[in-house]
Design a protein around this ligand. Structure first.
Ligand code: UDX
Length: 434
């Protein structure tokens, strides 16, 4: 099928590459000329395992191309996906101006007799589809189209496998013609398809991300009870996770959730509920628990080190989670910021996130970035694990201990084994662990 994707960011680019992989012809559009030029040269603006190979292969096979023109994209495609940012505003509600602009731009390039399915893939508040529909009609009275909601559930760091093997495809549609076309788009993915009305599909995305955030805050709240009682949160999570109704996923206690989705989507869901006149206090508590995790962790560091000022502290991990170079809304970055604010001397290492942390000025010039985990711990009075990259668990800990001034480890993601660390002579402090 001929598919156009407007917005070549995370969701748009990965979706485009995966649609090409299953045999569709894809044109990705973006209004940033530099991004389009880069992509046309074969440069991939984000780090995502497997993406570069997919893009290169399908560009060579003429199944994937990039353009700055919405008209070019819409002209050649029966299905038009919208995958533009929906950033948060100061009050937590969603800024829908990019979606609105794209809806207008699509409207003016739609030609008479040219039926198009306009699919919203961006995460949007419930009832956005209705507004997109009304906007296109307002700017082009003769347009022939249907608006569909098709939320994307991919995770950063495993976006390609997530997209290729989704748990489910949600299609929110009021038109049989559009639903049939969407089913053809997704037929090659061999995944269960759930067809709903547009509003329900939009709500599914916010409800899913909020529920996962709730699971994380739940186990983080339990971790505080574990610390107060001497129980071990890892064992509690294993024990409750073995109940199939609960499941073990997203029950890892730590510094809390970050990234460009959960914090924003929880805020948005709270704002959406408020606007609809049905306040969602449960989610406010989820957010409060998440916000308290870093302070709880810093308190443990102060309890052990007394004063953080002038202490040499090594930080392993800057990205908001492993296997990504994304440092936006990363709790690790916020941790470094607060350590520097308190006067600590921070040396940090991250396998992929250091470049973007510097590029976006997210960490102070005072933070020394080094090229290996062991270099970070040279002379350190404490090591903090902030992001659970697998390579951190594989370090030579005898060497780490030798290089450190004091063998004190704060594990913000419960990556290391408590017994092993203590047997090696480290003073070890995790989250919710005795
Ligand atoms: C999330 C959703 O998983 C995905 O479906 C949606 O499309 C976008 O938002 P992502 O933000 O890429 O994906 O990362 P995810 O792996 O879900 O992790 C989010 C945050 O939660 C990370 O900061 C991670 O460290 C944290 N987390 C996750 C925990 O603290 N504990 C856990 O058990 C799981």
């Amino acid at each position: 099928m001929d598919i156009c994707i407007i917005g070549s960011g995370y969701v748009g680019l990965v979706s485009g590459a995966c649609f090409a992989e299953v045999g569709h012809n894809v044109v990705c559009v973006d209004n940033d000329p530099r991004k389009i030029e880069k992509l046309q040269r074969g440069e991939i603006p984000i780090y995502e395992p497997g993406l570069e190979d997919l893009v290169h292969r399908h560009v060579s096979a003429n199944r994937l191309r990039f353009t700055g023109s919405i008209e070019d994209g819409v002209d050649h495609s029966e299905i038009v996906f919208i995958a533009v940012p929906t950033p948060p505003q100061a009050d937590g509600s969603v800024d829908l101006s990019y979606i609105e602009r794209v809806a207008r731009e699509i409207a003016v390039v739609l030609k008479p007799g040219q039926y198009r399915v306009v699919v919203d893939k961006s995460t949007v508040p419930v009832k956005t589809g209705e507004k997109v529909d009304a906007t296109i009609r307002r700017y082009n009275r003769n347009a022939e189209f249907d608006v569909v909601s098709n939320p994307e559930f991919l995770r950063e760091g495993c976006a390609v496998p997530d997209l290729m093997n989704p748990d489910r495809i949600v299609i929110g549609s009021a038109s049989q013609r559009a639903t049939d076309l969407m089913k053809r788009v997704y037929e090659p993915f061999n995944a269960p398809i759930l067809v709903t009305d547009v509003n329900s599909a939009e709500l599914i995305k916010h409800a899913a991300n909020s529920f996962l955030s709730l699971k994380i805050s739940y186990i983080n709240a339990v971790s505080a009870i574990c610390e107060a009682s001497g129980a071990d949160v890892e064992k509690v999570a294993d024990g409750i996770g073995m109940d199939k109704r609960i499941g073990r996923n997203f029950l890892n206690a730590g510094l809390g959730y970050g990234g460009s989705c959960f914090p924003k989507d929880v805020k948005a869901f709270i704002a959406i509920a408020d606007e609809l006149g049905v306040p969602f206090d449960l989610m406010k508590e989820v957010e409060r628990i998440n916000d308290s995790m870093l302070e709880r962790f810093l308190k443990k560091m102060r309890d052990a080190l007394w004063v953080l000022k002038d202490k040499r502290i090594a930080v392993w991990g800057l990205s908001f989670k492993p296997d990504t170079d994304d440092v936006r809304n990363s709790v690790a970055i916020e941790l470094v910021r607060q350590l520097v604010e308190e006067g600590a001397i921070v040396t940090a290492y991250d396998p992929k996130g250091m470049e973007k942390a510097r590029e976006f000025n997210l960490i102070s010039d005072k933070v020394k970035l080094v090229s290996s985990p062991v270099d970070a711990v040279d002379g350190a009075e404490a090591l903090v694990l902030a992001t659970e990259w697998k390579e951190f668990a594989r370090q030579d800990f005898a060497e780490v201990k030798r290089r450190m001034h004091t063998p004190l480890v704060f594990d913000g993601r419960n990556l290391f084994k408590t017994d092993t660390m203590r047997e090696m002579g480290f003073v070890y402090c995790g989250v919710g662990r005795p």
